[in-house]
Design a protein. Structure first.
Length: 140
C-alpha cells in the first residue's frame, strides 16, 4: 500500500507543481489571462496544502513545530521570495519542500521565532535547491 500511496502522491504533486511553477503571463499578457492564472495558482496552492496535510510524516512534522495550514502558506510564500520558486530535476522546489517531512522540518526550523532573517532564508532556499538536485546536503 505504501508504494501506491507514494505513486499517487507523486502524480498529484506533479500536477500541482505544473500550475504553481507556470509564470502568470504564460497564457498571455492580458489582465484576464493574468487574473485567471492567479486563480489557478491559488487553487493549486490549496491542493498542495491538502496533499501535505494528508501525509502522516508531514503531519507529524507540523505537530512537532505547532504548524498549521497558514504556516505552510507563509513558508511557501517566503520560499518563493527567497529564490526557491524554480524547477530542479522535475521538482518545483518551493512546493515540493512542503510535502516531504525532512525538507518541511528544515524550513520550519528556519522559520521558527528567533530564527533566520531574509539572508538565512536565501541560504535555506539554496540548500533546498541543492537537495532536490540530488546533492549531498545537510539539512540539519
Amino acid at each position: 500500500m505504501g508504494l501506491l500511496r507514494s505513486l499517487s502522491k507523486s502524480f498529484k504533486l506533479r500536477k500541482i507543481c505544473k500550475v504553481l511553477g507556470e509564470p502568470l503571463w504564460s497564457r498571455g499578457f492580458g489582465v484576464q489571462s493574468i487574473v485567471e492564472g492567479s486563480r489557478r495558482r491559488d487553487a493549486a496552492l490549496e491542493e498542495l496544502l491538502d496533499l501535505a496535510e494528508s501525509d502522516p510524516a508531514v503531519r507529524l512534522v507540523m505537530e512537532q513545530h505547532a504548524a498549521n495550514r497558514n504556516t505552510l502558506k507563509e513558508a511557501y510564500r517566503l520560499l518563493c521570495v527567497a529564490g526557491a520558486d524554480q524547477w530542479v530535476k522535475g521538482h518545483y522546489v518551493a512546493a515540493c519542500t512542503l510535502v516531504y517531512g525532512p525538507t518541511l522540518d528544515y524550513v520550519l526550523r528556519k522559520l521558527a521565532p528567533g530564527a533566520p532573517q531574509r539572508e538565512d532564508l536565501q541560504e535555506a532556499a539554496h540548500r533546498l535547491i541543492q537537495y532536490f538536485k540530488g546533492g549531498k546536503v545537510d539539512l540539519s
